[in-house]
Design a protein around this ligand. Structure first.
Ligand code: RNT
Ligand code: ZN
Length: 427
């Protein structure tokens, strides 16, 4: 419980901030409301380092890698759901939860676990019941890594039998996402990423891409009701073990998404470090039905560090706000750090993105555009600079206060208590 003085000081600071923002035509109450209403889809895989429930001991190979050995990872559905609910209590605003197919739990008495090509919505019945009870909509991802048939390649594999296995998996995933959508009364995003690529320079770049295209044609041959599930495709520049060549490159999926009118997923860590996906959005949006953004942090060769309130995150959120296309841009987190408390990782990432969304809603975009249209570029730049030292922190604190989540650093002690009481007992 916070002291009365603590709350009163925050409210006073907010009132001062409110009048300051009013001077540039910004209504802070509205900014808090609008920034809080945008759903952020939390990735289930941060809770257990992408291990899943298929019995894998750790994530190895397959284009991604979780490093670190912090204790307390969630070992099953109950623990993962409990950890997620606790993380939700520390994160303000609307939330969703994003599953991978390796997090299925077969129904009681179903016998042997089904392989990925035979998964059914009922393998996710516990998740759907939880989603309904908590009013947390779900998203989905087929899993094309950490499987014996994924060692060389998946949808671009030269063996038609292996390719068919993965096509069946992708089709099953679309049906599962569609069942999520029916269960929650709104579409689930079904995002496809494959690790296929080559460690060293390939002699034939084209054939695997043609095979991937054929496989996708089969996967998307039948439309599912768009009010239940929506497909998106995620590219990557390079990965661990695919340094020289990635079959599902940006150009490949961009072209495919435009042709088939699918959503495109842009992951912050999947481009050359000098490229900014904030700049790509307006170039792509006119041609695809929507975008999925994976908030992450690329660091040298790793694309999956915990998202922070960086210039890049802030620029991206400003761009989302300026484009004013919230209906067509979905926000998800995609990082996995096994070296720190995993609930703290979720909390840091989600709070940072929410904070950047709030900052974006506090931007007097109309003033910037007016300066631009008048050719007063000095004024545009000067206003951008001035905004950096506006009393943003007080508005962010107020957003947290109103959302009933801890303000500032107040959540540290709660994570400590959960770590010692609950995560600490897991071995
Ligand atoms: C990998 C992609 C992909 C994964 C998750 C686990 O580089 O970003 O989104 O991180 O599906
Ligand atoms: Zn991603």
């Amino acid at each position: 419980m916070k002291s009365y003085q603590h709350t009163q000081a925050l409210e006073q600071a907010y009132e001062l901030a409110k009048s300051r923002y009013a001077q540039v035509g910004i209504h802070t109450d509205e900014a808090i409301r609008d920034a809080g209403a945008i759903p952020i889809s939390l990735q289930c895989w941060q809770g257990d380092d992408v291990r899943g429930f298929e019995g894998a001991q750790s994530l190895s190979g397959g284009g991604i890698l979780a490093t670190g050995n912090y204790p307390g990872w969630a070992r099953n559905g109950e623990e993962l759901r409990a950890d997620a609910v606790f993380a939700f209590s520390l994160i303000p605003g609307a939330k969703r939860f994003n599953l991978h197919s390796i997090y299925g739990e077969p129904p009681e008495g179903a016998g042997k676990k089904r392989d990925r090509d035979a998964l059914e919505p009922e393998d996710f019945h516990r998740w759907m019941a939880w989603s309904k009870a908590k009013a947390i909509p779900l998203d989905f991802n087929p899993t094309f890594f950490a499987h014996p048939l994924a060692e060389a390649a998946t949808l671009s594999h030269k063996d038609p039998e292996i390719r068919r296995f993965w096509i069946r998996h992708a089709l099953a995933s679309r049906r599962i996402a569609s069942a999520f959508g029916e269960n929650q009364g709104s579409p689930a995003i079904n995002n496809l990423w494959i690790p296929d690529g080559s460690k060293d320079m390939p002699a034939d770049r084209l054939s695997p891409r043609l095979r991937l295209k054929d496989a996708l044609d089969e996967i998307f041959a039948h439309a599912l009701p768009p009010n239940t599930q929506q497909d998106s495709l995620e590219c990557k520049l390079f990965g661990i073990g695919s340094e020289a060549y990635v079959v599902g490159s940006h150009e490949f999926y961009l072209s495919y998404a435009v042709q088939k009118q699918l959503k495109l997923c842009l992951d912050m860590g999947h481009f050359h470090p000098t490229e900014r996906i904030a700049d790509k959005m307006s170039g792509i949006l006119p041609f695809v039905p929507g975008l999925l953004i994976h908030f992450s942090r690329g660091l040298h060769w790793d694309s999956d560090h915990v998202a922070i309130f960086s210039d890049e995150t802030r620029e991206l959120c400003r761009e989302i706000k300026r484009t004013n296309a919230f209906e067509r841009i979905a926000i998800a987190l995609d990082f996995f750090d096994a070296s720190i408390n995993r609930i703290a990782a979720w909390t840091i990432g989600a709070r940072s993105v929410r904070k950047a969304l709030l900052e974006a809603f506090l931007e007097p975009t109309a003033l910037l555009v007016a300066a631009e249209q008048a050719g007063k570029y000095h004024e545009r730049l000067a206003l951008m600079e001035a905004l950096k030292t506006f009393p943003f922190a007080a508005v962010w604190d107020k957003l947290c206060l109103d959302a009933g989540v801890p303000v500032g650093t107040d959540w540290f002690a709660l994570v400590d208590r959960y770590e010692h009481g609950i995560q600490g007992s897991r071995v």
